[in-house]
Each structure stands twice: as structure tokens, then as C-alpha cells.
Design a protein around this ligand. Sequence first.
Ligand code: FES
Ligand code: FES
Length: 161
Amino acid sequence: MTKVSMTVNGKAASGEAEGRTLLSSFLREELGLTGTHVGCDTSQCGACVVHVNGVAVKSCTMLAAEAEGAEVATIEGQAAPDGTLNVIQQAFQDHHGLQCGFCTPGMVMSAAALLKDNPKPSEQEIREYLEGNLCRCTGYHNIVKAILAASGQDASAIAAE
Ligand code: FES
Ligand code: FES
């Protein structure tokens, strides 16, 4: 085991990790940040998406040791300290972009990365960007609506499922 240190949601964080420990496991089990979900561990589902140095990453595809010294952002850091949801989280709530919620942390983190690079994505661009994020519940329509709304665009043209 070696000590791994990084900045998580703006605060210094460190813990013990084996060489093979995945960043997703480190966040959940060593730092107690269980908002990052693990649905597959094989880079399929996107439930584990976090940002590493500002880039969306499936945290089950990265070793904790590779994040040494990095700036990591997880779902726990998205709302304001008083619990006020950020614009993407609020839009998911307003547009019913979740049902069971398992995929939601990864969806929100992916959406945040998309909107950072492309503040006004089209419906098609949103659907293409989310190809790596699987949702078993919603049929995606309301997720797309939520992201359109979060970007300040009219979401009413998206047909309800
Ligand atoms: S747990 Fe990482 S992609 Fe599914
Ligand atoms: S809301 Fe259940 S998997 Fe997406």
C-alpha cells in the first residue's frame, strides 16, 4: 500500500492504495465518496464518471495512483455547500431526468463536461456525448431535456417517452 494524495472537490484528500486500486474504489472506499457509482467496472456504463484535471474520466478505467496530485471533482462537489443544486442537477430534477438514480452522478458529471466544452449543444450532440453513459430507466429523453434546459435552451421539442 502506498499513500495517494489528490485534491477532491477543492479539498486535500489522501488515503492508502495498492498499485491496482482503481480511482473509483479509492474514492468510494478510502475517501467515503460513494456518490461515484460503480455499475460495471469495465468501462461500459459511465456511472463512475468524475472529472480529473477538468476532463471527464470513467474512474473505473484509471488507477488511483495515476491521480496522484490531480484535481478531482465528484458529484459530491456539484451542489453548493448549503445543498443548493447546481443548474444541471436542478434541471434533472425539474425534467424528471432520473428514476432510480443509479446512473445520475455519472450523467451529471458527463453533462457538466459537455457544457463546459459546448455550452449550447444540440439534441444530437447531447445524445452522442452520452453514448458512454447507460441508463436502464429513463429512455434518455428526459435526460436530454434536462441538459438542454441546463444550457438555457428550449427542451419542449424533445418528445416525451
Ligand atoms: S463502473 Fe465505470 S464505466 Fe461502469
Ligand atoms: S435512472 Fe435508473 S439507471 Fe438511469
